[in-house]
Design a protein around this ligand. Structure first.
Ligand code: FEO
Ligand code: CA
Ligand code: CA
Length: 631
């Protein structure tokens, strides 16, 4: 970095010196066609320069340069294919908690032979750790974390193939998902979970919840168990997370469709059938088999039950007795995360991806402004839901989803947001995963993980998926990260400019569009960006959930990993490699930022307990050996 600033190279020149590229190739031509005005490689760096200029308001130029010089406070590590976690020299990691670890005393320690006791399954750290946030409550540090889904063969090791044998197996799976809230403390031996803390809580797929916002009480939410359509049981496939300025946790229901099935052909209205088709609800489900043991999940008996999932749920981590609230104004789709930021006038902006091939990127803007100490109970109920439309000239707009623009009622827009967004011609995206807002520059990033159907097939609503705009590669195997800057430096604005921060690829295997953008090189190969967070210094942490075969198109990528990216220069370096089989997902920091907590989801054995033991999803704590902050 210092070379770049001292020599006053342009960012393009710096990149060319450090990561020389072949002369013009098909990739350049594809880009040229896709982006007429400035070409997105120029755009990446031109936009980065703009970001530097913007941050000059917060940081004097010389300070910004000094920060750049220390941006990568680590020596990048090589790709790995083994079954442990690697971090750079000068850093260390320890395990904080793993699937099956008790949150309360009196619970048996994890038993690998049975995959944890079924009777304790709602009192232990659940399976498949994912999005997480840390809260400081009354001086205590409390983590809220998602348990996205289960690995049935691992969680039910007594079964031959992970198929539940009875209602007790189903209940165990339901209990191992949802959310865990627990206090942590750092002592001489490192970080540990505080057993029996008054904050400790498990929320499962059976925890009572309330609906709020425009869909509340709508006929499509009414079931035999709740004739008023105002309550719901449980939360499903909790993927990414968010944190509000008023200290609540947002958990995001993603692949909820997989939990439902039918014991006989359901009789559906046309509207419900259209919704099932768009959201992928089938008679078979995804193998959980809940519907065979629990009629709530049998769509032939409860056709509205799937409408009660696919939401963002707000949870108060300071009050373990509080009832989680499903905020229907934020729309119903396969929610990835909920990145929350305040507009200059105090309105709350929530950015949200819908992670499915060819689905959309959304945002919600509250009607009222947030004021510290004021009532926040309706801020996420009243406001406007928008969907993104990207143009090839590198501008874009947020299109409001209203009865006027969609011909649907407000409740229908909430319940069938995808269908509403199709009606306004939203841009089909390459699977929007996490959105991250830069805290020191008015810009946001979204990981577009990959999309095998780009330019090949329409989405489930029949919207075509053109090779264009921020999705410029057919049958996109590697993914990219799109970035936008809202007009007027206001995240509530209805227009923006965008560019691509990075196109993942493999220049050791391909020339052309699959080589990736100029900031991809042999030393930082990755695919399928997914989790993302930007730290207090503006460094982008990128987590991957991709092909870890280390072969063919993915040779040299190794296991899933976490990298750090400089938004100004575009430079990206590898910080962590996960164990074989795992996805690296979920990231938060301790209050003093001297510890970074990272999630390791669905590793293969022997991580972390060794040979002959079941693999366990785990949160790890990473520190610098000199105990300086890590973000
Ligand atoms: Fe649960 Fe889209 O990741
Ligand atoms: Ca994800
Ligand atoms: Ca993913």
């Amino acid at each position: 970095m210092s070379d770049y600033t001292v020599r006053k190279l342009t960012a393009d020149e710096w990149d060319e010196v450090n990561f020389p590229r072949p002369k013009e190739n098909e990739f350049d031509r594809v880009v040229e066609r896709a982006i007429s005005r400035r070409g997105f490689l120029g755009g990446v760096l031109a936009f980065g320069s703009g970001a530097a200029a913007m941050s000059a308001g917060l940081l004097k130029p010389e300070k910004a340069q000094a920060q750049q010089a220390t941006r990568f406070a680590f020596t990048p590590i090589p790709a790995a294919t083994d079954s442990v976690v690697h971090v750079p020299e000068g850093y260390s990691w320890q395990r904080l908690v793993s699937w099956g670890d008790p949150l309360f005393s009196g619970i048996d320690a994890f038993d690998s032979a049975i995959g944890g006791a079924a009777a304790d399954s709602d009192k232990v750290f659940g399976e498949n750790t994912d999005g997480m946030e840390l809260f400081v409550i009354g001086g205590k540090q409390v983590i809220a974390v998602n348990h996205e889904y289960t690995n049935r063969k691992t969680n039910l090791p007594q079964t031959a193939d992970g198929v539940p044998r009875d209602g007790q197996d189903v209940l165990k799976l339901q209990n191992l998902q949802g959310i865990a809230v627990f206090e942590i403390v750092e002592n001489d031996t490192g970080w540990t979970v505080v057993l029996d803390s008054p904050f400790n809580r498990r929320i499962t797929q059976n925890t009572p919840m309330q609906f709020s916002g425009p869909a509340t009480g709508h006929d499509l939410l009414k079931t035999a168990a709740d004739a008023d359509g105002v309550e719901s049981l449980g939360t499903f496939n909790n993927c990414g997370s968010g944190k509000t300025p008023w200290g609540t946790y947002l958990t995001c229901e993603e692949n909820f469709n997989g939990y439902f099935g039918a014991t006989e052909e359901p009789e559906l209205t046309e509207q419900i059938a259209d919704g099932y088709k768009r959201y992928g609800i089938s008679t078979e489900g995804w193998g959980y088999d809940y519907h065979k043991w629990d009629p709530r999940f049998d769509t032939s008996k409860n056709p509205n039950e799937p409408h009660r999932a696919g939401w963002i749920v707000e949870i108060d981590p300071s009050n373990p007795k509080s009832t989680p609230v499903k905020r229907t104004a934020l729309g119903r789709f396969k929610h990835e995360n909920a990145e929350t930021v305040l507009a200059p006038d105090g309105r709350v902006v929530v950015y949200m991806g819908d992670d499915e091939r060819g689905e959309f990127l959304y945002k919600f803007v509250s009607k009222d402004a947030y004021a510290p100490g004021a009532d926040t109970s309706t801020l996420l109920d009243e406001g406007q839901l928008y969907v993104a439309r990207f143009h090839d000239d590198m501008t874009g707009e947020w299109v409001s989803l209203t009865p006027d623009t969609t011909g649907m009622s407000e409740a229908e827009i909430a319940i069938f947001s995808r269908i509403a967004a199709s009606k306004v011609g939203a841009t089909t995206m390459d699977r929007p995963e996490w959105v991250a807002v830069n805290p020191i520059s008015v810009e946001a990033y979204c990981a577009l993980t990959n999309n095998s159907r780009r330019g090949v097939k329409p989405n489930a609503g029949g919207d075509w998926t053109p090779v264009a705009g921020p999705n410029p590669r057919e049958a996109n195997k590697y993914g990219q990260i799109v970035r936008w800057r809202p007009s007027g430096d206001d995240h509530a604005s209805e227009t923006f400019e965008w560019d691509l921060y990075v196109m993942a690829g493999n220049p050791t295997v391909h020339e052309g569009d699959y080589a990736g953008s100029a900031n991809i090189n042999e030393g930082n190969l990755f695919n399928s960006p997914d989790g993302m967070a930007i730290d207090s210094t503006g460094l982008i942490w990128i987590q991957t959930d991709g092909d870890d075969s280390d072969e063919g198109d993915f040779a040299g990528n190794g296991n899933n990993q976490m990298l750090a990216g400089d938004p100004v220069t575009g430079r990206i370096e590898r910080f962590l490699t996960g164990p074989k089989g795992a996805e690296v997902t979920g990231l938060c920091w301790s209050a003093d930022r001297r510890t970074m907590f990272v999630g390791v989801q669905h590793p293969d054995a022997p991580f972390p307990d060794g040979e002959g033991r079941l693999p366990r999803s785990s949160i790890i704590a990473i520190k610098r050996d000199d105990n300086l902050p890590v973000g």
